[in-house]
Structures are given as structure tokens and as C-alpha cells.
Design a protein around this ligand. Structure first.
Ligand SMILES: *Cc1c(COP(=O)(O)O)cnc(C)c1O
Ligand code: SF4
Length: 466
């Protein structure tokens, strides 16, 4: 593998402009045309329920079409029949075949989506912060003391969509489910009122979908306010893997990089929380050069991904990813467990298996890759890491600990669940000793008014993000 460190003039070469492939035009892709009509119809059925958007970079440079339908990048971006449960599939297929009008199709889709549980456990209400004057900030989440998430209203989309993504309600036009805010003023005001916050994490969708001029509006508002508590700006993004030209040849590439540099020159740490699901995403010349240019601004790139069946549920893939990331100057950060994707039955990996993948990958890499933590569930009480399987006396247990907690004092205290190799989430686990996990009473009192206290976070698994 060669690493590009020289300046390649990407603007002089014929750099592509983005061409999106969606439900409306995916049948124009030549490789899709070679597939049977039946296969194309299956995609249409799924694509009417789950978000579907690929682009020319993904189609031409990341997907290995000779390996379709098993190719990881193909599964990551193109709808597969098995992503919907059979009865949901049949329902949408029947609607399409009956020649139902747009509105009917839309209603059928929404009905199925609601059953896919887009925002479990009153997530939207739990984490909505308020200003001292009582204004609710629906475009923000403040769950862990030091870090608040910010969802700019202009970043509710991505350069392509991941088929597992649980942020899909934001992309498919169910407006009432959107998290977004227009004003960076409220963000600044909130940070003033909360001196404990040191990190602002821009998320979405993908904030790097915003034109530099728009993004600058948010960044300048933060920089100009000279908040003494603001130490770090993070950007959760998948642009490096889905559209590296954002940092190379797009007409706002230089402006974007200049903005990054403005942040770091001000003495604020800029952390790009980059979402990479597979080592293929790190293999093209364009991504390598994009990483190089981003790092030159003084920004650090930290990487994260969920572990996903059909895409990366293999320790070799993770070891390879981490090694490549370190070689390119990125810092492995989180491995997540997914739960609330639209297609949990398709992508889900049980906790015990996720830990095995983590451990077997971790074994194969040097200490420089071992900055990564996981597998971690972003659940209602906090980020819970599966530390492993062990025996306590006669009892086989799963050892867990918080990496982040609603109460910061919960972190790094190992606790034990009964061994259960099918469990995919904390809700599936039972305490190994006693009848409650140590945090449950306290969590329940935090949510005295809510009914359910488990669930997962809508905020950051994308790898997301973010
Ligand atoms: C993961 C996450 C963060 C960031 O946590 P770090 O461990 O600091 O990276 C912040 N807010 C929410 C809601 C999160 O899920
Ligand atoms: S995981 Fe991230 S990049 Fe992928 S669709 Fe979701 S928000 Fe977009």
C-alpha cells in the first residue's frame, strides 16, 4: 500500500461531482440493470421503507460488484430483501403491486416504520435541554456532563445512507421525529449557562453535508463568543468514507479546511469523529489524501463504528481497520453495538459475540490501536461496555462497566449480568447477583415521570457518529 504524502492537485484532475442514486433513479446504474427484475423490485420494496441513497463514489470505487450481493459496501448502502421482516416486506410489496398512489405508499411506509421503533424509550424527551428561561432546545442533547450534542438543521442528511442507520426517521420525511435547531445563538447561550460543558459535538445526519459557508456560521458563533469552557469541537461525520472530495476538490473544500484550521489556531481542539465501517473505506487514494489534508489543519481524526452482521462481524476486518487507521494517523475510538436500526434482526450481533470480535481483533494489534474502547452500548443509563465473560464462583457471568454514565460516578465500576449468549442489549440481561443492577434505582428516580428506563441512544451510534 502506498501512502500519499505529496500534494496531489485534485482540482486539476477530473474530480467528480456528486451524483446521488436513490429510489427514483437506482435502476439507471448499469450494474443494477444487469440484475433480474425481481431483485430490482426487492430493492424498491425495501427502499420505500428504509432510507436509500448511494452515490457515484460509493458505486464506482467502494463496492466490489463482482462480490455482490455479499459485498460489505453494497450491503451497507443498497437495500436487501432480508432487511425487512417478511410480513413487513409483503405489506409493502403488496402496496406497490396494487398500483397504490404515492400517498398510500407513504402511509404504508410510515406504518411499518412506526413498528420499527425509531425513537425508543422517550429518548427525545429525556435528553432535550432547556435554557434558563424555559426554552426547549430540540436541536440539542445534553446527557453526559462534559459534552453536548448539536444537530444543525442543515445537516439532516448524508452523502450516502447506511442501511443500518437508526437516524433514518430524520431522512425519510417524518418531520415530527426530526431533531434540529436553527439557531447557534441558543447553543452559545446554553454553553454559557453550563460551564461544565467542554465539548460540543456537531452531529446530524452528517454536518459535513453543509456547505462551508453555512457551517462557518455555526463555528464562528462559537469562536466569537470566546466561551472559556469550550475546549473541544467535535464533528461526527462519514464524509471521509462516502465523499472524500469534500476535503479535496469540492468547491468549498479549501474553505472547509481553512475553517478547521481557524478552530485549531484558536487553541480549541478539533476532533473529527469519523465513521468507518470497513477497511475498504480507507483504501482509495482520495480518502488517504483527504485524511492527510484534514490532519494538516491540526485536527485529530478519531474513528468509530458499530459492529454489524453482514458488514464487519469479523475480527480480521476490525484488526485491519484499526491498523490502517493508525497508519494513516487516525485514532481508533469506539466500537459500538447496535440495537435500534430499522433492521435489527438483520444487522444485530449478540453482546457475547461482539465482545469476542472485539477481543480477537484487539489481540492482533499493537498498543497504538488499543485506544479503541468497546463493544459499547449507548443505552439510556449511559455507554455500557462489555468487558468479557467470566466465572464468579460457580456462576458464569458477563462483566460490564460504564464508559459514560448519566451519573458520572457510575463509570469504571465493573458489574455482572447472568451469562446470556443471545442477549443483544442491556435490557436482555439480568443481574447475576441481586434483582437489580446497581444503577437502576437511581436511574428510575432521575426519570420519575417516565415509564420506561431502558432503551438506546438516538444520538451517536451512527458511528456516527457521531
Ligand atoms: C457517546 C456520546 C457522547 C460522547 O461521549 P464520549 O465518551 O465523550 O465520546 C456524548 N453524548 C451522547 C448522548 C453520547 O451518546
Ligand atoms: S450512520 Fe451516519 S452517515 Fe450513515 S446514514 Fe446514519 S447518519 Fe448518515
Amino acid at each position: 500500500m502506498t501512502i500519499q504524502t505529496s500534494e496531489v492537485d485534485w482540482t486539476e484532475t477530473t474530480s467528480p461531482s456528486i451524483k446521488s442514486h436513490t429510489l427514483q433513479n437506482f435502476r439507471d446504474i448499469s450494474q443494477i440493470q444487469e440484475m433480474s427484475e425481481e431483485k430490482q423490485f426487492e430493492m424498491e420494496v425495501i427502499g420505500n421503507v428504509l432510507p436509500f441513497k448511494a452515490n457515484n463514489y460509493v458505486v464506482e470505487q467502494l463496492i466490489d460488484w463482482s462480490n455482490v450481493p455479499n459485498d460489505s459496501m453494497y450491503v451497507l448502502t443498497f437495500p436487501q430483501k432480508e432487511m425487512l421482516l417478511p410480513h413487513h416486506y409483503d405489506e409493502m410489496a403488496a402496496a406497490l403491486k396494487s398500483g397504490a398512489d404515492k400517498k398510500m405508499i407513504q402511509e404504508t411506509a410510515n406504518k411499518i416504520r412506526m413498528q420499527l421503533n425509531p425513537h425508543p424509550a422517550g429518548q427525545m424527551e429525556h435528553n432535550v435541554p432547556e435554557l434558563k428561561d424555559g426554552t426547549k432546545l430540540y436541536g440539542m442533547q445534553h446527557k453526559y456532563k462534559e459534552t453536548c450534542l448539536f444537530f444543525p438543521s442543515q445537516s439532516q442528511t448524508c452523502h450516502a445512507y447506511c442501511s443500518f442507520c437508526f437516524r433514518w426517521p430524520q431522512f425519510v420525511g417524518m418531520d415530527e421525529l426530526k431533531f434540529a435547531m436553527k439557531e447557534s445563538e441558543s447553543l452559545v447561550q446554553y454553553l454559557r449557562e453550563h460551564p461544565e460543558i467542554s465539548d460540543v459535538l456537531f452531529t446530524g445526519g452528517d454536518p459535513m453535508i453543509m456547505k462551508a459557508r453555512i457551517f462557518a456560521g455555526y463555528i464562528d458563533a462559537l469562536l466569537d463568543s470566546n466561551l472559556p469552557n469550550l475546549k473541544t469541537i467535535r464533528i461526527g461525520t462519514k464524509a471521509l468514507s462516502y465523499w472524500p472530495y469534500k476535503f479535496l476538490s469540492d468547491n468549498d473544500a479549501d474553505e472547509t479546511l481553512a475553517l478547521f484550521e481557524k478552530v485549531t489556531q484558536k487553541g480549541i481542539h478539533l476532533a473529527i469523529m469519523a465513521h468507518f465501517n470497513h477497511q475498504v473505506e480507507l483504501s482509495t487514494d482520495s480518502v488517504k489524501e483527504a485524511i492527510h489534508r484534514v490532519r494538516k489543519t491540526g485536527a485529530q481524526i478519531r474513528t468509530q463504528s458499530p459492529v454489524l452482521a453482514h458488514i464487519n462481524d469479523d475480527p480480521d476486518i476490525w484488526a485491519e481497520m484499526w491498523k490502517k487507521q493508525v497508519q494513516l494517523g487516525c485514532i481508533p475510538y469506539y466500537m459500538f453495538v447496535v440495537r435500534d436500526t430499522g433492521a435489527q434482526h438483520y444487522f444485530g450481533v449478540p453482546l457475547v459475540r461482539a465482545h469476542e470480535i472485539f477481543r480477537n481483533a484487539y489481540k492482533k494489534v499493537s498498543g497504538l490501536s488499543r485506544t479503541v474502547r468497546g463493544p459499547s452500548m449507548s443505552a439510556t443509563p449511559g455507554k455500557i461496555q462489555v468487558l468479557g465473560v467470566s466465572d464468579v464462583g460457580e456462576k458464569k457471568v458477563i462483566v460490564l462497566r460504564f464508559l459514560q454514565g448519566r451519573n458520572p460516578d457510575w463509570v469504571h465500576k465493573p458489574f455482572f449480568a447472568e451469562y446470556n449468549e443471545n442477549a443483544i442489549w442491556i435490557d436482555d440481561l439480568k443481574p447475576a447477583f441481586g434483582d437489580k443492577f446497581f444503577y437502576e434505582d437511581e436511574l428510575a428516580s432521575m426519570f420519575a415521570n417516565d415509564i420506561k428506563t431502558t432503551g438506546s441512544d438516538v444520538s451517536t451510534a451512527g458511528g456516527g457518529p457521531p
